[in-house]
Design a protein around this ligand. Sequence first.
Ligand code: ARG
Length: 613
Amino acid sequence: TSTSASGSAQEPAAPAMQGAGSVKQQISNLAALSLRATVPEVDVEPIVEVCTGKFGDYQCNNAMGLWSKVKGSGTSFKNPNAIGQAIAKNLPACDVIESASVAGPGFVNIVLSKSWVAKRIQDMLVNGIKTWAPILPVKRVVLDFSSPNIAKEMHVGHLRSTIIGDTLARMFEFSNVEVLRRNHVGDWGTQFGMLIEFLFEKFPNWEELGSQAIGDLQVFYKASKQRFDEDAEFKDRAQQAVVRLQGGEEKYRAAWKKICEISRNEFDQVYKLLDVQLEEKGESFYNPYIPQVLEKLSSQGLIEESEGARVLFIQGHQIPLIVVKRDGGFNYASTDLAALWYRLNVEKAEWIIYVTDVGQQQHFDMFFKAARMAGWLPDPKEKKFPKTSHVGFGLVLGADGKRFRTRSTEVVRLGDLLDEAKSRSKSELLQRLTENGKIVDWTDEELEQTSKAVGYGAVNHVFYLQCRYADLKNNRLTNYTFSFDQMLSDKGNTAVYLQYAHARICSIIRKSNMDVEELKVSGNISLAHPDERVLGLYLIRYAEIVEEACTNLLPSVLCEYLYNLSEMFTRFYTNCQVVGSPEEPSRLLLCEATGVVMRQCFQLLGITPVYML
Ligand code: ARG
């Protein structure tokens, strides 16, 4: 049974369709209008999914649920299928939907109009990919990511947090959400006493030192720790130093600042390499807010005394959340509570997202619950925002099954990791170019830039793939085995494969003698061939993919999309001749649109696209 969507009377006029959110959102809007007309007495949210079968492009799945609500209430509907028929019939007349039909117990299969799909693509080509930005239900997000610790090792987990966090930020920004990118560096705590005392001892002239003079801060940290562990007198002095620092003594503040500055310079080098923007608001920033926040919690009766410490007991957890240590000092948890309070009340963020390794899951779980107990966050059953989320990821392992490190040194140098990826992709590239006799065409600079784009891109890409938020809930997060060979392979779902796919599209466009810029305005996309239609439809699904990646905090969704898009493009290109065919103008526009969408995905993933490979 097929009902034409156009021509049904009495419906309200369809809303303006171009550029109003993702396709899925638009279909949902239409479905909502139909549901209101079909069952005015019931208030339901439309359930719209992408079709997996071949009977439609999208599916509205409300009929079955509605049936269980209205049956026995004197409704005129005989069964769920009849409700489905009515939903299909009541879809407002508009240029989006070509037809709707009902399958099985009441699935409403919706077929999009080819000309609308084509129009949407052309509109994007003319007005830019931003017109495809999804509409998200939040305006301001705090993204807490990277967040290494001063003077301690910035390990590969921090790199992974940096890369995942940056991509999440870019995805939200693309969706017109304001993102406060926060580097919650560990710049406060008892380790500073020991570092400061060691600085005084080793470098009496510390005030005049430049940022390089101390040398490697991680080595410095290790040495001072050793001194701390071995010498009781030093330990004593270090503990005094903490008190004097926290009491605000000038000299100690200055030494602390110096150490932070040196670390910051190191971190900034990595951020610069990766082109990541971050605003540092370290643990020390929130320190002044802790007393008042704890005071509030106390007055709510949430804080108790336990074995000399002050703690919050949290349902479902054996051990309490310590917020004041036995020695009276604050800790990681009290800082996080103060930071959350600040982010909710001063920064007015609606969604606060933390990106760290999965080892910290319990910490986040507990302090999120504490915040809920204090009434800072609504009951998720009633309201969705404000809310907090922890994006966790597993460990990065080397081929030996141990924690990943570059070379055989104890620490992982992040710069080294990126360098190695670059130099490996450079030698791959050289080999390929020589085989193809192309080496003469490339300047040193082109070679350098291309291998950087390919190598760094591969590192980025590899860090998204195994970050599965959904799995995290079930504690099934796997560790990730790092392999340069796998990551730099040009087969399978790798960044290198995607770069080749993109470069090929660019070369097709170069080979044609047509002016794509001119075509965008004057040409027409037709989508007559089935493979053209499939590709076109997948292109316009871009917005809902970004929407899904944002909603579920999963950059890997974007990687999967890119991979599928490349495969669909290949099918189209294999079955539809582009250059030299009568359809060349239309098909060239499809190539260009695929290129634009791929580049936008790359941009969100922090990967520099390559135009020639
Ligand atoms: N500095 C911490 C670490 O290296 C990560 C901080 C994450 N952010 C936070 N608000 N707790 O493990």
